[in-house]
Design a protein around this ligand. Structure first.
Ligand code: ADP
Ligand code: MG
Length: 140
């Protein structure tokens, strides 16, 4: 398995509770390296565009409001099988269904305020990394 990159976000519910370090520690303990990271205040236009795939979903407006409600830490993670590994460490979208020990099981507040984002496939990872980072911001 080759080294792969994926895109991760620490969402506003987590940054507000000062969980950036605790979440990053779980990612690193799983063998993922943070090769880019920045704390941003997402604009409404960025949130609508980034989550555009969900724009017909009933939760879309609430999701955009949540993602613009506080700081987000956007990150690029690198490691073996990084896309799948990150999804495993994150846990299920709904924390009620997340495996014990996963980030969402330990930290998420709700199905919406679920502490982290992770790309769902290598193709979306490449798109999402390019959405937030220029090449010279990623140092592996
Ligand atoms: P994931 O983040 O696990 O890939 P999705 O891509 O399906 O999940 O959804 C994107 C984000 O939208 C979720 O992480 C969560 O913040 C929010 N979301 C998903 N489903 C719901 C829902 N039923 N109600 C409220 N918010 C939701
Ligand atoms: Mg998703």
């Amino acid at each position: 398995m080759a080294i792969e990159r994926t895109f991760s976000m620490i969402k506003p519910d987590a940054t507000k509770r000062n969980l950036t370090g605790a979440i990053t520690k779980k990612l690193e303990e799983a063998g993922l390296s943070v090769v880019a990271s920045k704390r941003i205040m997402m604009t409404k236009a960025q949130a609508e565009s980034f989550y555009g795939v969900h724009k017909e979903r009933p939760f879309f407006n609430d999701l955009v409001a949540f993602m613009t409600s506080g700081p987000t830490v956007v990150q690029v993670l690198e490691g073996e099988n990084a896309v799948l590994k990150n999804r495993e460490v994150m846990g299920a979208t709904n924390p009620a269904n997340a495996e014990p020990g996963t980030i969402r099981a330990e930290f998420a507040e709700s199905i919406e305020a679920n502490s982290v984002h992770g790309s769902d496939a290598p193709e979306t990872a490449a798109e999402e990394i390019a959405f937030w980072f220029g090449g010279n911001e990623i140092v592996g």
